[in-house]
Design a protein around this ligand. Structure first.
Ligand SMILES: *Cc1c(COP(=O)(O)O)cnc(C)c1O
Length: 574
């Protein structure tokens, strides 16, 4: 206990930036993340630690994780709770805070995990947990699963994250100079701050209070990630009243969070001094979704050291020493000899194919052009776009390409699950012509294997639904080019035939219409057949030059060190 107290005393010595996120991928085996949002949060903290930023992070425990994915003989996703033990990775702190939920006082405790950098920097991550004997069984379940349950379950989780999180930081003795909300899930933290700053109006009855929005705003930074209206968490006020009680008077709350429903995004927008989207285009989309707010853009990045495979790490150590904490050094990628780049790539390819063989029994050849596609299986990502004209695809790809797929569908996303099943069926139909595998249980570890071990990285989102996308940035760190729809980060990273290839028209030339899919499919097949396949097999020199451009132009910029430096200068210290 006294050692723990000393440790917290040490941590609370200087003021911090508090980063709040519903999910954080701090470690592959801590299954409290579901996809891009959580992995980004992890990369944010890893870069913050490398750069020795004074930060702490707050997230929710998920005792049963997101879920572990199995795929049955018919191609159906089967979900199992993730088995893991928090005590293997983190330390339960003795301090307790309480939040009111449905009129019950719910005790919240925090587990502390430390993200430690080789530079000597470190950032503590507090996982809030309610699974303790003093809480009722329903309340113990609040921190059981990530994105599980119904709306009221989500609301309870957000109460624990936002209100519980601020109270916990206070209880531990932290002085916080900025609260950064990673997506709207955490925006109840603003209500706790409003309560902190409320003060009686002078000379008036003391139940008349000033709700000091300005002081709260000065403390808050909000990053939005969702380019569709339906993606923002909204709760009916009767549910809010029943679960949370009246944290602040309902008329004040409605004024901040919307009249009809409590909109978590609106609450964050109204109480943040600095607001941003996660790519230039997404900043614009957000502005048109929320007119009247000043919305900036800080394009996402990935943590270079985490997302570079071993063979490229060795190569960079040899030719670009210091690259991991200074990804700008990728600008000198031209110093790496072509044959060494190709060797490192072949090594990554072999590592992936070992994994493929082990899991599926399928033997893939390193000589064949390999396309990778792995991300959450959900309709807008259009994972099946390649198969829209099966005969044509077979004719183009027979004997010349092979495909590696992976990705989980949210347990309640039926169309997402259908996509997985369809891809597996197409794979069976094309079996003798084009090898297609669907790797199960996509996570950070398999993500690195796949992004590094394929030749091109495919992304086919329906515009403008990919706010940023980050897996393509991971690919570039391993010399893998993107072949993607111009949406999210790729609008900024794409130089045709130089860093990779576009699928379909650039956003400013886009004409809406029911044939949008068909036009993308046409371009996809055309480029594959007439540009990508011939270059891969016939012009290795150009291919390797493009690999180097992916590193020198894309990884150089789309890393989380650059991203964090921008958050510091544009959002945190203003
Ligand atoms: C990087 C990553 C993602 C995000 O991928 P996108 O293509 O940007 O959606 C999702 N899941 C895992 C496990 C990842 O590592």
């Amino acid at each position: 206990m006294s050692k723990t107290t000393d440790m917290i005393d040490e941590l609370t010595r200087e003021p911090k930036i508090a980063y709040f996120s519903m999910e954080i991928g701090v470690h592959n085996d801590i299954p409290t993340y579901s996809g891009g949002l959580g992995v980004l949060a992890g990369d944010t903290i890893r870069s913050g630690a490398d750069l020795k930023l004074p930060m702490v992070a707050v997230t929710l425990m998920a005792r049963k994780g997101y879920f572990t994915q199995d795929i049955d003989a018919t191609g159906r996703q089967v979900e199992h709770p993730s088995q893991w033990n928090p005590a293997d990775y983190m330390q339960l702190l003795p301090w307790k805070v309480a939040v009111m939920i449905e009129g019950r006082e719910v005790a919240v405790q925090a587990w502390m995990y430390t993200v430690q950098s080789l530079t000597g920097g470190s950032i503590p991550v507090f996982f809030l947990d309610t699974d303790f004997p003093e809480n009722s069984q329903v309340d113990r379940e609040i921190t059981s699963s990530l994105y599980g349950g119904d709306k009221s379950y989500r609301l309870k989780q957000e109460v624990v994250l936002g209100l519980g999180g601020v109270r916990m930081l206070h209880e531990l003795g932290f002085e916080i100079k900025k609260f950064h909300m990673n997506e709207g899930h955490a925006s109840f933290l603003t209500l706790e701050l409003l309560n902190r700053f409320k003060r009686p109006i002078e000379d008036v009855w003391d139940e008349k209070l000033v709700w000091d929005r300005k002081s709260v705003r000065d403390l808050c930074v909000f990053t939005t990630h969702t380019p569709v209206e339906a993606g923002h968490d909204k709760f009916p006020y009767d549910m809010v009243g029943r679960i949370m009680g009246e944290i602040i008077p309902i008329p004040v709350l409605k004024d901040l969070a919307g009249n009809d429903l409590l909109n978590m995004t609106l609450l964050a927008l109204n109480l943040s001094r600095y607001i941003n989207g996660v790519a230039k285009k997404h900043g614009e989309v957000s502005k048109s979704m929320f007119p009247g707010y000043e919305i900036h853009a800080i394009t996402n990045g990935v943590h270079s050291f985490t997302w570079t495979c071993d063979s490229f790490k060795r190569l960079y150590d040899e030719f670009l020493p210091g690259w991991a904490n200074e990804p700008e050094l990728f600008v000198r990628v031209g110093r790496i000899p072509d044959d060494r780049t190709w060797e490192a790539h072949l090594e990554a390819k072999r590592q992936l194919f070992l994994h493929v063989k082990e899991q599926t029994g399928v033997e893939m050849s390193p000589d064949i052009l390999t396309i990778g596609f792995a991300r959450r299986a959900t309709a807008y990502k259009r994972a099946d776009l390649l198969f829209r004209d099966l005969d044509r695809f077979e004719r183009i790809g027979s004997g010349k390409i092979q495909l590696v797929y992976a990705g989980k569908a949210h347990p309640q996303d039926e169309p997402g699950k259908q996509l997985i099943q369809n891809i597996i069926r197409y794979g069976e139909r094309l079996r003798d012509k084009i090898k297609i595998v669907y790797l199960k249980n996509y996570n950070m570890q398999t993500a690195l294997k796949i992004v590094a071990g394929v030749d091109i990285w495919l992304n086919t989102p329906l515009r403008p639904l990919e706010a940023s996308g980050t897996s393509g940035m991971k690919a570039t760190h391993n010399g893998v080019m993107n072949f993607s729809v111009l949406d999210g980060w790729w609008i900024e990273g794409h130089i045709e035939g130089y860093t990779g290839w576009a699928i379909g028209a650039p956003p400013h030339e886009l004409t809406p219409g029911a044939d949008a899919d068909a036009r993308d499919v046409e371009d996809l097949y055309h480029k594959l057949e007439h540009t990508i396949i011939p270059t891969f097999y016939g012009d290795r020199r150009t291919w390797i030059r493009m690999m180097q451009n992916a590193i020198g132009k894309n990884a150089y910029y789309f890393n989380s060190h650059r991203m964090m430096r921008r958050y510091v200068t544009e959002a945190y210290i203003r």
